[in-house]
Design a protein around this ligand. Structure first.
Ligand SMILES: Cc1ncc(COP(=O)(O)O)c(C=O)c1O
Length: 384
């Protein structure tokens, strides 16, 4: 099926593709000078001391839990309303997730009260997620974590270009993990970044991303060092140079692309303001700048979400649901855990298309389709 309005769509300008092609022509493909340039630029942009490029956000999250030395028996407080890989990172190191609830059905990020209630004697860390690029209560959770002597790791997969005042996402605790997958604000296919201000932690992440070797292939190639020692164990979580060059070019356009996203977000909010059965989430926060990675809304109880989504699909508009709660899924099932707000949100929320190059015509098509679908018989009550 070809959507008239897909959920998201990455766009590349000529310079992006030229930067990538040039790297292919250079003869150096694996992680090397282009990756180092991207790391420097990303650290500069986010005002972090270190940025370490990796093959995905999932890899960054795993490395963060690994380098933070989380172990079996440790507990990590985490939202259930997240992508499964946030929680996989915790269980990959043998630690146990302690799920906490969101702040409200229109504020779908981890609530500081719920985090506090989930902290127990075995809690070692809190792993937040900037839902849709919104930092929500991250700062307060960072302060809470510091008071309890807990490590804070941020899943900032959605948050390239998300700021709270002068602080970028990923800088509120020990580390932040970003995704460069195709649907994200820097969408190169697969890729990611970890940022931190901690020198020792950064060195461990960088080494273990590269199998634990004492030096990288590029350093040996251009004779920065002849040393090649098996200093540690690790993984192949490298980002390759052509994709690093592409990400670097896209980073240069991030603020303008995010401004386009913000304009679409504002247009949706204005259009839906008078429509009772749909409520946009994450009202703009004057202290913050969101990356607007996604636009989500909650539907009135009376609206049948499946029929609403089918009605939009009939009009060529793709929608999605972010996310099925992780504590109810098979991998990390904790049936005894009750997260009423997360479960309510997961039943009633819908994600609408949002991408920088969306045309005015596409935007109006989405708004029109939502309006028509909500006045037609998608309401459970009127359909009965
Ligand atoms: C919240 C969240 N965390 C982590 C990830 C994993 O990112 P990646 O695909 O780069 O591993 C995603 C990807 O969609 C995500 O949405």
């Amino acid at each position: 099926m070809t959507w008239r309005v897909p959920l998201c769509r990455p766009t590349f300008v000529r310079d992006d593709l030229e930067a990538m092609l040039e790297t292919y022509r250079s003869g150096w493909l694996t992680s090397g000078p282009r990756t180092a340039e991207l790391e420097e630029a990303f650290a500069h942009y986010t005002r972090a001391r270190h940025a370490i490029a990796v093959s995905s956000c999932s890899a960054a999250l795993h490395l963060a839990c690994d380098a933070a030395r989380l172990r079996p028996g440790d507990e990590v407080v985490v939202p259930s309303l997240t992508f499964t890989s946030t929680v996989n990172a915790i269980t990959h190191v043998g630690a146990r997730p302690r799920f906490a609830d969101i702040a409200d059905v229109t504020e779908p990020w981890l609530s500081v009260e719920s985090v506090e209630a989930a902290i127990g004697p075995r809690t070692k860390a809190v792993l937040t997620m900037a839902y849709g690029g919104h930092l929500g209560e991250t700062e307060a959770i960072g302060e809470l974590a510091a008071r309890h002597d807990l490590i804070l790791i941020e899943d900032a997969a959605h948050a390239c270009g998300s700021w709270l005042g002068e602080r970028h996402a990923g800088t509120f605790g020990l580390a932040g993990a970003f995704s460069f997958s195709g649907s994200k604000n820097i969408g190169i296919g697969e890729g990611g970044m970890l940022i931190t201000d901690d020198d020792e932690f950064a060195a461990r992440v960088a080494r273990r991303r590269w199998h634990g070797l004492s030096s990288q292939a590029w350093d040996r190639h251009h004779q920065a060092t002849p040393k090649y020692e098996l200093a540690d164990t690790g993984f192949n979580y490298r980002l390759d140079d052509p994709k690093a060059a592409l990400a670097h070019a896209m980073l240069g356009r991030l603020d303008s692309e995010n401004a386009r996203r913000a304009a679409i977000d504002a247009a949706y909010r204005e259009a839906f303001a008078g429509m009772e059965p749909i409520r946009p989430t994450a009202a703009p926060d004057p202290q913050a700048r969101s990356s607007h990675c996604m636009f989500t809304a909650v539907l009135d109880e009376a609206v049948d979400r499946d029929r609403f989504r089918a009605a939009l699909a009939d009009r060529g508009v793709q929608t999605s649901v972010h996310y099925p709660p992780v504590h109810l899924g098979v991998n990390h099932a904790q049936a005894h855990v009750q997260l009423p707000l997360t479960e309510d949100y997961a039943r009633r929320s819908v994600t609408l298309p949002l991408f920088p190059q969306m045309t005015a015509e596409q935007r109006e098509l989405v708004i029109g389709a939502v309006r028509e679908s909500l006045v037609r018989p998608v309401r459970a009550a009127s359909a009965a």
